[in-house]
Design a protein around this ligand. Structure first.
Ligand SMILES: C[S@@+](CC[C@H](N)C(=O)[O-])C[C@H]1O[C@@H](n2cnc3c(N)ncnc32)[C@H](O)[C@@H]1O
Length: 426
């Protein structure tokens, strides 16, 4: 499936149903620039996700009490929409025209990929080989998804990331905040066929069934509609008791609710949860909520920090890249007056950009120190495939790690079933 964000707030191709869906997601007057898309081509995700989890020995869960792993899973930081470009055949000539430059491989991470530091420098225990194996398994599963058009929801890359983490972790319980029509619930169910799910979402996914495809799970407790409770207000001790969960490190939490991620981390830690996955790891200068990537985009962190000199190389590179990559931002969007680094533009964005709290740079810096102090593992999912394969122009490769299937690996791309428009296009 390939969807692409439109630059304007209201697309002419937008249907009334899509407008209703959008209102449900962001509320009236929300900034929907991140979620607006138009279907065009085929493949390459545009959202970011993080996973906060713990790894264990013996089996795949943690054995060291008190350590947290933040795994940022899906690459997409930058990927705040779930866009794909559909391509029906491999055409190296048109691809090179499309990109206009040859050195795509070396382009990845060129402008830094902020990577939150963990306390003990741990990393995940899966490899690129595991991810490739996972892709092979996941592509045919994804083809059977009930919601083919998931505009405003997750696309292929992040669905894969969520599925991969869930089946790797094998949790006893999965909690999800932000369901929309239920696609992510379906993804969790594919990963763990018999594991209970708790879903928190203002509008019950069954409401969408009146309009078209949606997914309602038979082994899921919904805190939705009149029963909706925000994640931060749930009495988790009571709910865990009701579900017979005594070891909170065996619970996996997935957030796709566009709330300040620092707030969600604090709420989750207070309740005792250890493994968190965040969708939408927005890059600095973009997005509708404060993200881990933004928090960790500090000059002392690998891949973090910025130059705000107008005459700098970074300024020139950014402004050039902005002309081609839709989510690229220039230094005017990153920096404040007096060439002071502004980063998140002085706000902790929250709740789809509806409730923002001003913060000073000192607070922003402290937030990164706090995250570092509680983090065991952080991992961000790379893009599934490079842009010369997917033809996406949404995220700027200069701000992400190398893709799982790299540019030039068309044979692998095809072998994995990623080149088939049937798999992803709507
Ligand atoms: C981007 S959509 C989720 C997409 C979904 N995960 C998918 O894969 O299709 C965000 C959802 O969060 C819901 N939402 C808004 N505020 C929320 C809150 N405080 N807690 C949980 N969900 C919330 C919206 O109604 C919307 O359904």
């Amino acid at each position: 499936m390939l969807e692409r964000v439109l630059p304007s707030r209201r697309a002419t191709t937008h249907s009334d149903d899509a407008a209703d869906d959008e209102d449900d997601i962001v509320g009236a007057g929300g900034d929907v620039s991140k979620t607006k898309k138009q279907h065009i081509f085929f493949y390459a995700t545009n959202k970011a996700s993080y996973y906060l989890t713990r790894l264990g020995s013996g089996h795949r869960w943690p054995c060291i009490i008190g350590l947290f792993l933040f795994l940022v899973l899906v690459s997409s930081i930058i990927f705040n929409s779930r866009g794909f470009v559909c391509i029906s055949s491999y055409d190296p000539v048109s691809r090179s025209r499309f990109f206009g430059f040859d050195d795509l491989e070396s382009d990845f991470g060129y402008l830094g990929v902020p990577w939150c530091r963990s306390r003990h420098g741990k990393t995940v225990d899966w490899t690129t080989k595991d991810l490739l194996k996972g892709l092979e398994e996941f592509v045919p599963i994804y083809e059977t998804r009930p919601i083919k058009n998931n505009m405003f929801g997750m696309g292929f890359d992040h669905s894969f990331g969520l599925w991969f983490i869930a089946q790797w972790m094998k949790p006893d319980l999965m909690i999800e905040s932000g369901d929309f029509k239920g696609h992510s619930t379906w993804v969790l169910r594919q990963a763990m066929p018999n594991t209970p799910i708790i879903s928190l979402t203002p509008r019950h996914p069954e409401k969408y069934l009146k309009k078209g495809p949606a997914y309602v799970d038979g082994n899921c407790i919904y805190f939705a509609g009149k029963d909706f409770v925000d994640f931060g207000s749930v009495d988790w001790e009571k709910v865990m008791k009701q579900h017979g969960i005594t070891d909170l490190s065996r619970v996996l939490i997935f957030f796709d609710d566009h709330q300040n991620e620092l707030k969600r981390i604090e709420q989750a830690l207070k309740a005792g949860f250890r493994h968190l996955v965040f969708e939408d790891n927005y890059d600095t200068g973009t997005g509708d909520h404060y993200s881990l990537r933004q928090i960790c985009d500090q000059s002392y962190i690998r891949g973090g920090g910025h130059s705000c000199f107008e005459d700098s190389d970074e300024a020139r590179i950014r402004s050039r890249r902005k002309q081609f990559w839709e989510k690229a931002v220039d230094i005017k969007e990153l920096c404040g007056s007096g060439e002071a680094w502004w980063g998140v533009r002085g706000y902790m964005r929250d709740n789809f950009n509806h409730t923002n709290k001003p913060i000073s740079y000192a607070e922003h810096f402290q937030n990164s120190q706090f995250v570092e102090s509680i983090l065991d593992v952080y991992w961000e999912l790379p893009p599934v495939a490079g842009p010369s394969l997917t033809h996406q122009t949404r995220y700027d490769p200069a701000r992400v790690t190398s893709p799982i299937v790299e540019d030039g690996q068309y044979g692998l791309f095809q072998r994995l079933g990623l080149a088939s428009p049937r798999a992803f296009c709507i």
